[in-house]
Design a protein around this ligand. Structure first.
Ligand SMILES: NC(=O)c1ccc[n+]([C@@H]2O[C@H](COP(=O)([O-])OP(=O)(O)OC[C@H]3O[C@@H](n4cnc5c(N)ncnc54)[C@H](OP(=O)(O)O)[C@@H]3O)[C@@H](O)[C@H]2O)c1
Length: 318
């Protein structure tokens, strides 16, 4: 592990750069957006509640652009991506929920899986042609205990368990980063896929959780500002593709941002490739209209492992 004592003051000048942060109306996403804008970036906040998002950044120094985005609704994800034009330097997939009660989205997906993994998977694929630098995926140390059921990614046949669904979704995020980086490398792309884990930060994330872990173990927790440092480090520092950035102390839960390593299950290349295929099938546009909006068959981005029709976007990123 490479230890760093890193603070927000070391964020380089980001003037002229554009960053999208999902779920940025509060919590770690808001802190991250504010810090990036302070450093000169145009911070585009993808939020469910536009008014609240605007209020959260009103009067603050920097350039903000607050746009509607519900990552659990693929229609909203497609609309956000379709409205995008120009370069996007960094996409930060931050929006997330933990241990919420069982619920289905408008598309019929398990809400927790859709919010934490399926929506960000689609958003990433749709925006990737614009991305010039990197995609940051926000995961959790709990991915290490995650189990992926490729036959039931979406909790249709198994009894739903809120924390198991959270752990699985955060493992899926880690595997998504691994396979995305492999596809980018195979294309000779300079774009990086990077993971950020905040450790445990005192935000509203545990609001639904019966485990109440954040309040029970204060000695293990970070302030929200310190938790966001992992996202900021992953978004702005020169880290290798598929780097795992998280707190360096106490089991990766607390401390300064450090370059670490995902859990063994998050480094399984074969599982990552199979998960990509299963996910692509699950989120494939169901209507001709949605497929036309996507322009390309969104999830075949990059080079597939197995032989088959090449449906890559016409203009892959440089
Ligand atoms: N805090 C921690 O200890 C911790 C640890 C590991 C990983 N993480 C990860 O860090 C990320 C940020 O969490 P947080 O701690 O900042 O929690 P938070 O304070 O609860 O914030 C979550 C954010 O995600 C947004 N969001 C939820 N569902 C959304 C949807 N469908 N579409 C768009 N935005 C949505 C929320 O927006 P609304 O205001 O509209 O609800 C909110 O802005 C999550 O991915 C989480 O899993 C956090």
């Amino acid at each position: 592990m490479t230890k760093t004592k890193w603070t927000e003051n070391e964020i380089p000048d980001l003037t002229g750069r554009t960053v999208v942060i999902t779920g940025a109306g509060r919590g770690l996403g808001l802190i991250t957006a504010r810090a990036l804008a302070r450093a000169g970036a145009r911070a585009v906040l993808g939020v469910r509640d536009l008014e609240r998002g605007r209020r959260a950044v009103a009067g603050l120094p920097g350039r903000f652009d607050v746009r509607p985005l519900d990552v659990a609704d693929l229609g909203s994800v497609r609309a956000f991506a379709a409205a995008w034009s120009g370069d996007l330097d960094v996409l930060i997939n931050n929006a997330g929920v933990m241990d919420i009660p069982a619920a289905r989205t408008a598309d019929g997906f398990d809400r927790q899986t859709a919010t934490n993994y399926l929506g960000p998977f689609v958003l990433t694929n749709l925006l990737l042609g614009h991305v010039t630098d990197r995609v940051v995926h926000v995961t959790s140390q709990l991915h290490r205990q995650g189990r992926i059921d490729l036959t039931d990614l979406d909790w249709r046949t198994r009894p739903y368990h809120g924390m198991a669904a959270y752990r699985a979704s955060k493992l899926a995020v880690v595997l998504h980063s691994l396979e995305l980086q492999r596809r980018l490398d195979a294309q000779g792309s300079a774009v990086r896929s990077v993971l950020a884990s905040p450790g445990i930060a005192r935000t509203g994330l545990a609001a639904h959780s019966r485990s109440d872990i954040v309040n029970r173990v204060p000695f293990l927790t970070n302030s929200p500002e310190r938790g966001a440092l992992s996202l900021l480090y992953a978004a702005t520092q020169d880290v290798p593709g598929n780097a795992y950035v998280g707190p360096g102390g106490l089991g990766g839960l607390r401390g300064d941002p450090t370059l670490g390593r995902a859990g063994k299950n998050g480094l399984d290349e074969e599982l990552a490739g199979r998960l990509w295929d299963v996910t692509a099938e699950l989120v494939a546009p169901r209507s001709p209209d949605a497929a036309a909006d996507d322009g390309v068959y969104i999830c075949s981005y990059g080079s597939p492992r197995s032989a088959g029709p090449d449906r890559r976007p016409a203009t892959p990123p440089a």
